[in-house]
Design a protein around this ligand. Structure first.
Ligand code: GDP
Ligand code: MG
Length: 246
């Protein structure tokens, strides 16, 4: 609990057996109440590891739904078990769980309803080994998105995010893609409903288990996020009515 608010960490997992325990052990259980692991039909023993280390809620998709589909299950479960603050953390140990305390405190003190762990604030990304093409793409996409959405985030692509219950109850995640672009649609919905997003600097690590997305999937993702920002721009300008935002 943090200031009487229930804190739930959700772990959207796909083939995370090797890194799950290390990630889980670093979660600050002095403030985190419960953990939800959603396994998206992994080919390894993610579920067995999750149960062995004592994660309270382990859910398995029988069929692979994708990263967005996985998160839909995560947030639904977190709200069902009464979360007031939800932190989404990748179980691939790319982002340190030690930052959860800082992120939760920003929401818990009612400063901001959403907090992102940013790899781009500061110099963490390249130092942590982010491939140069991903870094350049991130910077280019972020610049374009800030212009189109009239916002000022340091990046739109981090996998480390915390939300207040109110935000998750306000936006309609069921309309979003089941693929990676889900994350970006969620940001567009958050801004559309006039919630602000805070950012904290987050160290990041790139190693084999922490990064599996290849070049062609990255390109598909890049085009997808530009489309999201463009539809957001058109909807805000009253030229188009993008139902996902509403
Ligand atoms: N549910 C689901 N998650 C996936 C799939 N492929 C990758 N992921 C997850 O998506 C997240 C981001 O992928 P990752 O390879 O770490 O990308 P990177 O860290 O941005 O290079 C990780 O938490 C992966 O476990 C998939 O097919 N289904
Ligand atoms: Mg990763």
């Amino acid at each position: 609990m943090y200031l009487n608010k229930k804190v739930v960490v959700v772990l959207p997992a796909y083939n995370a057996a090797k890194t799950l325990e290390t990630t889980y052990k670093e979660i600050p259980f002095d403030i985190v109440d419960e953990v939800v692991l959603v396994d998206d039909a992994s080919k390894d023993d993610t579920v067995e590891v999750g149960k062995k280390i004592g994660i309270q809620h382990v859910i398995r998709h029988e069929k692979n739904k994708g990263y967005g589909g996985n998160q839909k299950t995560c947030y639904k479960k977190a709200l069902d078990i009464g979360a007031d603050i939800v932190v989404m953390l990748h179980p691939d140990y790319q982002y340190t769980p030690k930052l959860i305390t800082a992120m939760v405190s920003i929401i818990g003190q009612d400063l901001y309803p959403v907090v992102f762990g940013s790899r781009i604030l500061g110099k963490g990304a390249l130092k942590g080994g982010m491939p140069m093409y991903k870094y350049i793409a991130n910077r280019f996409l972020t610049f374009s998105q800030n212009v189109l959405m009239n916002q000022k985030l340091s990046e739109y692509h981090t996998g480390y995010r915390a939300f207040s219950r109110k935000v998750l109850e306000t936006i309609d995640l069921s309309k979003n893609s089941d693929d990676f672009v889900f994350d970006n649609q969620m940001i567009a919905q958050i801004f559309y409903h006039n919630f602000d997003i805070a950012e904290v600097t987050c160290p990041t690590k790139y190693f084999d288990e922490a990064s599996s997305i290849n070049f062609s999937r990255s390109v598909k993702y890049g085009l997808g996020v530009l489309k999201v920002s463009f539809l957001y721009f058109l909807t805000k300008a009253g030229i188009y009515n993008w139902k996902v935002l509403k």
